[in-house]
Design a protein around this ligand. Structure first.
Ligand SMILES: [Zn+2]
Length: 385
């Protein structure tokens, strides 16, 4: 019995390793996990029979040594549907073991009542499920808003409040996450913060979202609604935020802040407006340049404060945050330093652009849903006699 339990644990370890390291060869995986060649072969036989992993030959590179095989998702293996909602678009795609997203078209929506948008998304999930022929095992959703459980409690750019997304699962396990938090999960597992024990990810789009990641796992609080760094009062005291609080960091780092600085009306599309201002600044427009510098400075001050509070080993910046780092990195870093406690300044952690860009939320949603699938498989395998 004990030997069987060890074999099952070995199978789960190899499965998780192959998922986390796409392209790994069987020999490399066996070495990483301390498995003998014979054990790895036996475990792979089980995982192939369970339709979880397959193998394919690695193209010969020099002709020396034995031919190797790389571990890949089984062609009949489990899939998850991945739903990405933004303020203006939605997309439904799928991913399997290894986390690679299938190509899928992006559709526009007009916002408004959630029922209309969700009906379209639900139909696309059902189509994906039909195409998957029984392989679809979970659904993961990323959206721009505060999430508690499977409910979007506040999604300002979608104008949604207390929208329950449970129906998108269609009875399958459903994970719903904030897009910035999921982008952080993606950075920690497959991006710029991979392998870093404690990482802070911040995405600036309209406002700031993010997450602290410990050993690749998001720290999201008791109800999953944590990580709303944009609603910490690092901003201008008294300035009202759409969230209902005042002084929020959110409204000092994005296109809304740039519009105020330039004496322009509040933009309907703050992200698009920020892109225009960045382009004007790059073209030599002095006022635009000042607005970019001011937003980068506000971003840097808050990052410095969060270094004191959270002590991350790396900070990854996504979206407009990466653009501000690129366009006004000196101003951003110059604002981090005085906000950071003096003893920290000699060795500030790297502050780098996110590596996965706009794919981060979908990759993170896939990881979240696949995590649920792998946990379920572990339960099944460990309780099977
Ligand atoms: Zn706020």
């Amino acid at each position: 019995m004990r030997a069987e339990a060890l074999r099952v644990q070995g199978a789960l370890a190899l499965l998780r390793h192959a998922h986390a390291h796409p392209g790994v060869t069987r020999a490399e995986a066996a070495a990483s996990l301390g498995l003998s060649s014979g054990s790895a072969t036996e475990i792979m036989g089980r995982l192939r029979a369970a339709r979880l992993l397959g193998e394919r030959p690695v193209a010969a590179t020099g002709g020396r040594g034995r031919p190797s095989t790389e571990l890949v998702a089984h062609p009949d293996g489990p899939l998850v549907a991945v739903v990405e909602l933004t303020h203006a678009t939605w997309r439904v795609t799928t991913a399997g073991i290894g986390g690679e997203l299938a190509p899928a078209p992006v559709h526009r929506h007009r916002g408004g009542p959630p029922e209309a948008v969700l009906a379209e998304v639900r139909a696309a999930v059902e189509q994906a499920r039909a195409r998957a022929g029984g392989r679809l095992a979970a659904v993961g959703v990323a959206l721009p808003g505060t999430v508690r459980g499977t409910t979007a409690v506040q999604a300002a750019t979608l104008r949604w409040r207390d929208v329950d997304l449970a129906s998108l699962g269609g009875g399958l396990p459903l994970t719903v996450g904030n897009d910035a938090s999921l982008a952080g999960v993606a950075e920690a597992l497959r991006g710029a913060a991979r392998g870093v024990p404690v990482a802070l990810h911040l995405t600036v789009e309209v406002g700031v979202g993010g997450v602290l990641l410990v050993e690749g796992r998001p720290v999201l609080g008791a109800t999953g609604a944590g990580g709303e760094f944009g609603h910490v009062p690092f901003g201008e005291p008294g300035l009202a935020c759409p969230c209902g609080a005042t002084g929020c960091w959110d409204v000092t780092v994005d296109g809304r802040a740039m519009a105020r600085r330039l004496g322009r009306p509040a933009p309907d599309d703050p992200r698009g407006f920020a892109a225009e201002v960045l382009a004007a600044a790059a073209g030599g427009d002095g006022a635009a340049r000042a607005a970019v510098t001011e937003a980068a400075t506000a971003l840097g001050r808050g990052v410095g404060a969060l270094l004191n509070a959270l002590d991350p080993a790396i900070v990854t910046l996504g979206g407009l945050g990466a653009d501000l780092l690129d366009a006004a990195g000196d101003a951003l870093l110059a604002a981090v330093r005085p906000a950071a406690m003096a003893w920290r300044r000699a060795a500030l952690p790297p502050i780098v652009p996110a590596a996965l860009g706009s794919r981060g939320p979908s990759i993170g949603a896939a990881e979240s849903a696949l995590g649920a699938v792998l946990d379920g498989l572990a339960q099944d395998l460990l309780t099977r006699r």
